[in-house]
Design a protein around this ligand. Sequence first.
Ligand code: C2O
Length: 627
Amino acid sequence: MNSVSRWIALTYSTLVLTATLVRAETHVFNWTTGWGTYNVDGTKERPVITCNGEWPWPDVTVNKGDRVEVYLNNGFDDRNTSLHFHGLFQNGTNQMDGPNMVVQCPIGPGDTFLYNFTVEDNVGTYWYHSHTAGQYQDGMRGTFVVQDKDDFPYDYDEDVVLQLGEWYHDVTDVLHHQFLSVYNPTGAEPIPQNLIMNNTRNNTWHVQPDTTYLLRLVNTGGFVSQYFWIEDHEMEVVEVDGVYTDRNTTNMIYITTAQRYSVLVHTKNSTDRNYAVMQKFDDTMLDKLPADLQLNTTNYMVYNADAELPDEDVVDELDFLDDFYLVPYNKVEALGDPDYRITVNVSMDNLINGINYAFFNNLTYVVPKVPTLMTALSAGEDAVNAEVYGSNTHSYVLGKDEIVEIVLNNLDSGTHPFHLHGHVFQTMVRDVAYDADTDVPHPYQEDDHPAFPEYPMLRDTIYVRPQSNFVIRFKADNPGVWFFHCHIEWHLTQGLAFVLIEDPQGIQERSSQQLTESSINACKSLGVPFEGNAAGNTDDYMNLKGENVQEKFIPSGFTAKGIVAMTFSCLAAVLGLVAIAVYGLMDLSNIEEKVINELDLDVDQVVAADSNTEDNESEPKRRINSD
Ligand code: C2O
């Protein structure tokens, strides 16, 4: 290159740089958590988690390339917190990703954490939420839209966000204690009381005639999937989870928690009437149908404020779009054979303490003593060895740029939405549902599967059907520690998660991945080590003595159900009246009956299991009525 062309190149790159600098904005947010009382669904006041004393949390809109700085101040006096920007790749900024003990220390009461990152590779519809102890079900969440007007492939007139959700009348703390309890041996999830939209029930959306809306649907609920449709209006899907798609016309969307769909809706020319915007619970996910639960909720698309509000729109059939068949707008071809395959089986079972847990390959996720990212950063060459991350974090180490395949076999009879942090993945296979009453679970068969799509759908959250399976693939091109988990918050607390440590050396080498002052301070403040293996050992990373592990499996020779009844008896004896108060339960003998009924137990069998334990030296022998 001669000096003139070098000068031109230099000037050009300076110009480009200046142009980018001018366009990119920095958005600074100062958010403090707290509690307030709100009547969100119009039927009951309850405590919710506020942002700077207000609720709901702000909806955020940024442009592609912008910087975001969130100072999250923990204003609680009795609990930790954290924030996750769901779907953002956080390339080079893994410690801003949110999950406690995966990439950061929890933020203790009175502490501040700075989430500081640039939105480089993401466009479209996202959301943010606390990644701690079900706090987003108490309202700690908002939508997060990354605008990219110059490159958005379709025309529209107006951009509208509809945040879908569900609402409980009790705070998560209370539900959580009831849920993860010996008194709930089947792991029945608490059932929400209502569906909400934009943080209210029966939401009104004012529209103009003959206008094209880009409607961004975000499900910020923590449990149940929803059906969404608009009376007498078609929707054209153009984005899912931040991935633009070819247009796909449908009347109904099925959206799990954490998923997003952007649809184009063209309004009618006439304004003489209004239309129903419907949400419906996927009731197949509920263990019971409480008599007073409204499965459908009507919201209003209002063309004419003087005309009547519409009635509920009833449909004969839930004929919704199958997202498996969507095609990404960019036509990214299917990834080839994997370099690395992870096969996991999902199941749910009781451990010896009587509590119902969720498992991938018999491992229920237990937090390590050192956040996994901090182990990866401090382990030197040992970072490539999965063992240093602990046996109960269920960690896999991925090589740089490997094609990774996750085969997930759902041995459970429920539908589960799974989310991978740090990536979108291609959905290669998603099998049909296999009815638990008439069929057995069907694991994926490598030598007998449907043809892979040419341009598989890409997204960050995908559901698996009952007793079914899916296969997803992605390229390990984002060095970091990434959580993979069920996005049903109840199931995450039951341990339905594993961890991917992607290119650990690549993490160590990048300066932007080194711990920020804020990261280190969060740890120091709570006395959590920020170096060492999963057991906190900094001398010998291969020595995991003292690591956190899950409860034991039920010893052979005991039936699971018998043990549950036994454990329940012991615990009831130990906890006694306190438990009755804490769990709000009436009468211990009734509870025992309830457990027996729920598990469909043979009473003789329970008694037999109970007396078995008399011989078991290591088990406490007290009975409910023995004190
Ligand atoms: Cu919205 Cu770990 O997820």
